[in-house]
Design a protein around this ligand. Structure first.
Ligand SMILES: [Zn+2]
Length: 365
């Protein structure tokens, strides 16, 4: 899940539909299944070798063997498939708390059927322009990963689904499994800008991170370790505390902790998303959440950043979106992928060590 106002804060520049058509190559329909480069890389391997013999290319000048290159396969769900995929998220749906349902439906005492109805009503289909543009963003990220020698295995397939985001508090995007749900607002923004935009690239990389952590436990462990977070599957959340932890489709597991200074004692705590009890008239849950720490052994109360002197020493200062280790690292990963070792303005990051560590782990050895 990514903050709802991340994409809205930008002013839309006046790029016309004509320019969008120009950039998208004026093609008509975009195939739902994007042709991947795996086959062509394998095929061109033979051609390259032949060309090499003909031109007498030396070993050092040989084209890079692309057979093990990162190849992100992806496609776009239509409205019907999107609905089916959302309704199939049984673990997520059945795990929703009273507060989760009330905030999402906007009514005290909401039930799961109302939320299911909301899911059905808010799925959309991508336009051809949106598909073209998203394809460009994924390919850019893929190029970047190949330049880095990204050593982790990527998901077999990413499925993009478009919704209004009304079902998730007007977030910009969120994920389930290896499905990336994108909101209409960022898609409008993306098509109106019509060319590569770093904010949108950040959004795509952030969501891609969530898909990666689900499918690749080594990647998840390595990334969490950057902020001193350990994965421990024996942790179980106390149901009484769970009522005030917002469910987030991007945070599937409550199984990790880092050590924070709690009342002067180093204490293993999970970073969770504290949510106030829903009251009539409340709008998006984004207005009623804050990052909190829950000591994993006692689980007796929540501690907020102000209570914990070393909170930002642990999670770093690159992002304020630290409502879970997963979200903190998704933002940091997105910065490292989109901007590299200096931030978007060419400056050091406030917590440079986090970015350096991500880049080191994500670069070929
Ligand atoms: Zn997220």
């Amino acid at each position: 899940m990514d903050l709802k106002d991340k994409m809205n804060k930008k002013t839309i520049t006046g790029i016309t539909a004509a320019l969008i058509m120009l950039l998208s190559g004026c093609s008509g329909n975009v195939p739902d299944t994007v042709q991947t480069s795996q086959t062509s890389a394998e095929t061109t391997g033979i051609t390259e070798n032949t060309a090499e013999q003909a031109t007498g290319t030396t070993a050092d000048e040989r084209p890079v063997d692309k057979s093990d290159a990162i190849d992100i396969k992806f496609r776009f769900a239509d409205e019907q498939e999107g609905e089916q995929r959302l309704l199939a998220q049984k673990g997520y749906l059945e795990g929703l708390t009273r507060n989760d349902l009330d905030y999402r439906v906007g009514r005290k005492g909401a039930d799961l059927d109302e939320f299911r109805q909301l899911l059905k009503e808010n799925v959309l289909s991508f336009t051809d322009e949106e598909k073209e543009l998203l394809t460009m963003y994924v390919e850019k990220m893929e190029d970047r990963m190949n330049e880095m020698g990204f050593p982790y295995k990527v998901p077999e397939e990413i499925v993009f689904v478009k919704t209004t985001m009304a079902e998730e508090g007007d977030a910009a995007a969120y994920t389930h499994g290896t499905e990336i749900y994108l909101g209409q607002d960022p898609m409008n923004y993306c098509t109106e800008v019509g060319t590569y935009d770093q904010d949108f690239a950040e959004l795509v990389a952030h969501e891609f991170f969530h898909c990666m952590t689900r499918g690749n436990e080594d990647f998840r462990r390595d990334m969490y370790s950057v902020i001193g977070t350990t994965i421990d599957s024996s942790i179980e959340i106390d149901p009484a505390m769970r009522a005030n932890i917002l469910s987030n489709p991007d945070v599937e597991r409550y199984d990790n902790y880092a050590v924070f200074d709690i009342d002067g004692t180093p204490t293993e705590c999970m970073i969770v998303t504290y949510v106030e009890d829903y009251e009539e008239g409340y709008e998006s849950f984004f207005d009623h959440i804050r990052p909190a720490l829950l000591p994993v052994r006692t689980q007796d109360r929540f501690y907020f950043a102000d209570d914990v002197p070393d909170f930002f020493n642990v999670v770093g200062r690159n992002t304020g979106y630290v409502i879970a280790a997963e979200e903190c690292m998704a933002d940091n990963f997105a910065y490292a992928m989109v901007y590299g070792s200096r931030d978007r303005d060419g400056n050091e990051y406030p917590s440079q060590d986090i970015i350096d560590s991500i880049l080191e782990k994500c670069s070929g050895k």
